[in-house]
Design a protein around this ligand. Structure first.
Ligand code: HEC
Ligand code: HEC
Length: 287
């Protein structure tokens, strides 16, 4: 079995993700994978069941069906998703001392794990539902990665896109790696994507944005004390997905997600998709 997993690791790495290949290939037991990766619940919650050696493969087979919206499925996207899922699986096999103060790789090396979805400049790829991460503040990236890792985000059945990100956060070896990649991403130049959504009315959106200023600021630059990220540089398509998820409860309802709980009522207060598009049309005018 370990042989087979290693074969898969080779395949994943050959699929363009070789940066941390050597660390990933360290000959360690693959048993913890079964306990950790496929679980939709809390981190480590499934760890008691011993090693169910069939599960890693069950997870892999599930990837295309569960994670890919039909409308967008393509060979490229499915093979990419499978490759990254495999990689996460391999990395999780070596995922030991999470509290370690020593990063296992440089920011540049870790970033190679992110490129396939978030793009070479961290500018985001709508085709993969992956937002821009370049230039997000370090505190927010760290917080987001830890939430994906501990299941506060990306575990709700209604959160398909969060579930694609979660294995990537689980594949990071320890807190020091999270800090390293967060600092690296924060130093990158933020993109300034134009509007992609149609039918939003920025003047109606301006009044809808009034309550948002309390946390995200008049100019949309965010507020670290309140844990509200900057939003003016975000793609509108990504923000629409997030507002919909906050409203439906797919994000911001996990008891561990304190900041999401702060945000959620504000999305609930937006009456419908039109109101969301209006407020986002206004956010896109912020300079
Ligand atoms: C398999 C594709 C994929 C890979 C690889 C990937 N991500 Fe993501 N990431 C996503 C998707 C999809 C989302 C959007 C999740 C959502 O909708 O909530 C996301 C969201 C995020 C967010 C949250 C952004 C926000 O504004 O809240 C951060 C931070 C992030 N990714 C960092 C990373 C880092 C760092 C790496 C590399 C270690 C990485 N991602 C690798 C797909 C990926
Ligand atoms: C009470 C403070 C507060 C108010 C008011 C507020 N937000 Fe937020 N918002 C937050 C926090 C905190 C987060 C980060 C949640 C997390 O860490 O996952 C957030 C996250 C978001 C996100 C997701 C960002 C990402 O990178 O994934 C969007 C989009 C957003 N807010 C838009 C809005 C809009 C639009 C309004 C007004 C209708 C609004 N917010 C009002 C606190 C607030």
């Amino acid at each position: 079995m370990r042989q087979a997993i290693r074969g898969l690791c080779h395949a994943a790495i050959a699929a363009g993700q070789s940066a941390r290949g050597e660390a990933l290939m360290a000959p360690r037991s693959c048993a913890p994978i079964a306990a950790r990766i496929p679980g939709a619940g809390d981190e480590g919650a499934a760890a008691s069941g011993g090693s169910n050696r069939a599960r890693p493969f069950a997870f892999i087979k599930k990837v295309p069906g569960r994670h890919l919206p039909r409308r967008k499925s393509s060979m490229t996207k499915s093979s990419l998703t499978i490759a990254t899922a495999l990689l996460a699986l391999c990395a999780a096999a070596c995922n030991h001392d999470r509290e370690s103060k020593q990063p296992t790789a440089s920011g540049d090396e870790i970033f190679q794990l992110c490129v396939s979805c978030h793009g070479p400049n961290g500018q985001g790829e709508q085709m993969f539902d992956a937002p821009a991460i370049a230039g997000l503040p370090q505190w927010y990236v760290e917080s987001a990665l830890k939430k994906f890792r501990n299941g506060a985000r990306g575990t709700h059945p209604g959160d398909q896109t969060g579930m694609q990100m979660r294995p990537m956060a689980l594949s990071l070896h320890n807190d020091a790696d999270i800090e390293t990649i967060a600092a690296y991403v924060a130093r990158m130049t933020p993109p300034s994507p134009g509007p992609t959504l149609e039918g939003g009315d920025a003047s109606r959106g301006q009044s809808l944005y009034a309550p948002c200023t309390a946390c995200h600021g008049q100019d949309g630059t965010g507020n670290e004390q309140l844990k509200a990220p900057p939003i003016r540089q975000m793609s509108d398509w990504y923000m629409l997905t997030q507002l919909e998820k906050f409203k439906s409860g797919a994000r911001g309802t996990n008891p561990k997600d304190l900041e999401g709980a702060q945000m959620r009522p504000n999305a609930v207060a937006l009456a419908d998709e039109q109101a969301m598009k209006d407020v986002l049309a206004y956010v896109k005018t912020l300079k």
